[in-house]
Design a protein around this ligand. Structure first.
Ligand code: UD1
Length: 339
């Protein structure tokens, strides 16, 4: 029995591979290296002592996907990370996002359905809730119209899986709706490596402190929140990775309540942009150069998770604090930049 991790060289994927291996699972990674490098395998191996199998495959090539499953008959569990995730880019290149995020999902599910008795974990996002009406957000909160093609691919992806599970009892699936993953493995052997200028807050903070960027722009301080900046639920990537292992084992042990389930994966605690900056300054001992600018289009005011379902049903709970996560993000940035 092997677990296929698509996008296993990426930020969340690589941390999940480490946690899977440490829990005793054998892993094969598929990645097309479009946003990650094969050298991540070295980082994984240095943490776990095990080099996972690796297949350089682009999941958009249906023939290559089919061929993979012929060569790996022992794969009955899949964690599917491989996808494009830049909101702005998705507006510019919608077809790339639909092909990358939807086409590939269909090819994988076709293979899993054909072999029967398979487990599937899908990377979804709290973006499916849009600006939720109530905080914290439960899994039953309504799905709002997507703000971007990226967000739409997560909604459509969930629908595709739900519709398939309805008619394929051999397929067991869970969608995990991530809140905001940050940080890196405490060893600093793997971490987040965005290409070009980071769009997300935490890598922008650490790159600014490392001298790659001159200043962080804080997008708006006139929101209806205590300090006027937006609120998110920042979760340590290692906690998020562990949620995948727990969810997969729930499926493998036949413990799920139905063959399609959805869980929020967050800490349950909201933090403002200024609180994240303060946390960074606390753990790094550095003053961050930032200034308040106008709002960023498409940002929701606040989003943090109700984690009751994940805590109770999965028996999983985030263990790390915001400070832990920021410290690990900074350790990683320092290592990558040789500081
Ligand atoms: C973003 C996406 C979300 C996606 C997630 C993937 C948007 C609107 N949302 O989430 O759909 O699932 O990334 O990782 O793009 N901020 C600054 N300055 C910066 C960067 C960010 O002030 O330079 C603020 C933002 O306004 C926001 C917070 O920091 O309030 C977090 O931003 P970010 O890290 O981009 O995450 P999300 O917007 O929550």
């Amino acid at each position: 029995m092997k677990i296929l991790v698509t996008g296993g060289l990426g930020f969340i994927g690589s941390h999940t591979v480490v946690e899977l291996q440490e829990a005793g699972h054998q892993v094969v990674i598929i990645d097309n290296c479009s946003n990650a490098s094969e050298s991540v395998l070295d980082g994984i191996e240095s943490i776990t002592g095990i080099r996972p199998d690796f297949e350089h495959i682009d999941l958009r090539e249906k023939g290559a996907v089919d061929d993979f499953f012929n060569r790996y008959p022992e794969v009955h569990g899949v964690i599917h990370f491989a996808a494009s995730k830049a909101v702005g880019e998705s507006v510019e290149k919608p077809l790339l996002y639909y092909e990358n995020n939807i086409g590939t999902l269909v090819y994988l599910l076709q293979q899993l359905v054909a072999r029967g008795g398979s487990s599937f974990i899908f990377s979804s996002s709290c973006t499916v809730y849009g600006q939720a009406d109530h905080m914290p957000i439960t899994e039953d909160a309504p799905i709002k119209p997507a703000e971007s093609p990226y967000g739409n691919t997560k909604q459509i992806g969930e629908e595709i899986i739900r519709d398939t599970c309805r008619v394929e009892p051999g397929l067991q699936a869970i969608s995990l709706r991530y809140f905001n993953p940050i940080g890196s493995h405490p060893s600093a052997e793997i971490g987040e490596l965005p290409l070009g200028v980071p769009a997300n807050l935490v890598p922008f903070i650490t790159q600014t402190a490392a001298g790659l960027r001159t200043q962080l722009s804080v997008f708006g301080d006139d929101y209806p929140t205590p300090d006027g900046t937006c609120i998110r639920d920042y979760i340590h990537v290692v906690d998020l990775a562990r949620a995948h292992v727990v969810a997969l084992e729930r499926l493998l042990k036949g413990r799920s309540k139905s063959n399609y389930e959805v869980f929020n994966v967050g800490t349950g605690k909201g933090s403002s942009v200024l609180e994240v900056i303060r946390s960074f300054e606390r753990v790094s001992g550095k003053k961050l150069n930032y200034r308040i600018v106008g709002r960023r289009e498409g940002d929701v005011v606040e989003a943090y998770a109700d984690t009751t379902r994940a805590n109770g049903e999965l028996g999983w709970k985030a263990a790390s604090s915001l400070d832990d996560a920021m410290r690990s993000a900074w350790d990683w940035e320092k290592k990558v930049r040789g500081l």
